[in-house]
Design a protein. Structure first.
Length: 380
């Protein structure tokens, strides 16, 4: 994970781990505690100066009744479920591509291809552990490399993202990598072992398939129906000190926007949504400030005493308090009537429709300002 710090802001350069957020957050349906109310109208404490006019002033804060109203919302979207995989970055892209095209895509194919290529890369690098980390540019490059399949063009023997199957695949592949290293096997032979092992569990995926009475392979299908994958991808990063950014040599961004102020960061994101386009958001998933049943993400909504809450990016950075980088789609926002600044952002997660608000989450501004560090979108 590549990290850079500034005096006021910390960002993890969109290398998304598959640990805390992608694995631990998937079924965290039991952490719904410390909210003022369990009813549909949840009492949320937010900083004074904004939000709704009929709120009651209390000790420098307003009480906000949570709602699902948004001024701008990009629709429709259906929540996907990455299950046990660390593929939030890929599922975020899939949601965008399905929404823009109206074509349902095979998650199974993308899951299997990503697992296979990560294993091959581990073999080439001489490592024995599989690391499912990426960023919006890397995820797009992976999709361009693998191609896409429409839903129904391939049915695996076992779904690769189910808990038992995914664990079996990963454990088996890491064992193959370790044994082959200990025995000093030829890499070409190990590549065959990797492929055969995966296919023994999920089956053989087709090289060609038919869609709308035409024959395609995965890459030709992606080229014909998803040319937006070849458009310029803009990645916006907020920092006070642009010179402090360091990128790994393996990562290139077609276009990057360095924004020094929070208001610039928010304005650009709102302008993207105003055009009817979703944005790929990279943020730190922190369960302490999230209710997974209702879908609320807010620092001040939970009744933690002051000593139990850390709201300084510098303190989080210096003490390594991040809980898990994650990727989602931002598909809407609501502005406050007093300041015109965002109250909350509507988030499409990839944990299925049982998580949050039918698969959606509501990221309030205090959470966004502390834990959201970059977003990406396709430029016209």
């Amino acid at each position: 994970m590549n990290i850079f710090r500034s005096k006021e802001t910390l960002f993890f350069l969109i290398y998304l781990s598959s640990t805390a957020a992608d694995a631990g957050g998937l079924h965290a349906q039991c952490d719904s505690y410390l909210l003022d109310s369990r009813s549909a109208a949840v009492s949320v404490a937010v900083p004074e100066t904004d939000f709704i006019t009929n709120s009651t002033f209390q000790i420098g804060f307003l009480n906000l009744s949570h709602n699902t109203n948004y001024d701008i919302e990009v629709a429709p979207f259906i929540a996907k479920d990455q299950c046990q995989t660390g593929h939030c970055h890929l599922y975020t892209w899939l949601s965008q591509l399905e929404q823009s095209s109206g074509i349902s895509l095979s998650e199974d194919y993308l899951d299997v291809m990503n697992i296979y290529h990560i294993a091959i890369n581990a073999l080439k690098n001489g490592t024995t552990k599989l690391h499912f980390a990426s960023n919006p540019v890397g995820a797009r490059a992976a999709i361009l490399s693998y191609g896409l399949m429409p839903l129904g063009s391939w049915t695996p023997i076992h779904k690769p993202n189910s808990k038992k199957v995914y664990s079996k695949i990963i454990t088996g592949l890491e064992s193959i990598l370790l044994n082959s290293k200990l025995k000093n096997l030829e890499k070409s032979r190990v590549e065959t072992l990797i492929l055969n092992f995966i296919q023994s569990i999920v089956g053989v995926w087709p090289s060609y398939f038919t869609f709308n009475d035409e024959s395609f392979n995965p890459r030709s299908f992606a080229d014909k129906y998803f040319n937006q994958l070849n458009r310029t991808l803009v990645t916006a990063i907020r920092t006070k000190e642009p010179q402090s950014i360091s990128f790994p040599e393996s990562v290139t961004f077609p276009r990057i926007e360095i924004l020094k102020h929070q208001i610039e960061f928010e304005n650009l994101l709102m302008s993207v949504l105003d055009k009817g386009k979703p944005a790929y958001l990279s943020y730190n998933h922190h369960d302490q400030f999230i209710d997974s049943e209702i879908g609320i993400m807010s620092i001040s909504a939970f009744n933690f005493p002051g000593e139990a809450v850390i709201t300084s990016p510098e303190v989080i950075s210096e003490n390594y308090l991040w809980k898990g980088p994650h990727a989602v789609l931002v598909i809407g926002y609501q502005k406050g009537p007093m300041t015109g600044r965002p109250i909350k952002w509507k988030i499409l997660n990839s944990w299925g429709s049982d998580a949050g608000d039918n698969g959606f989450f509501h990221m309030y501004s205090d959470y966004f300002q502390l834990h959201a560090w970059s977003f990406s979108f396709i430029d016209d």
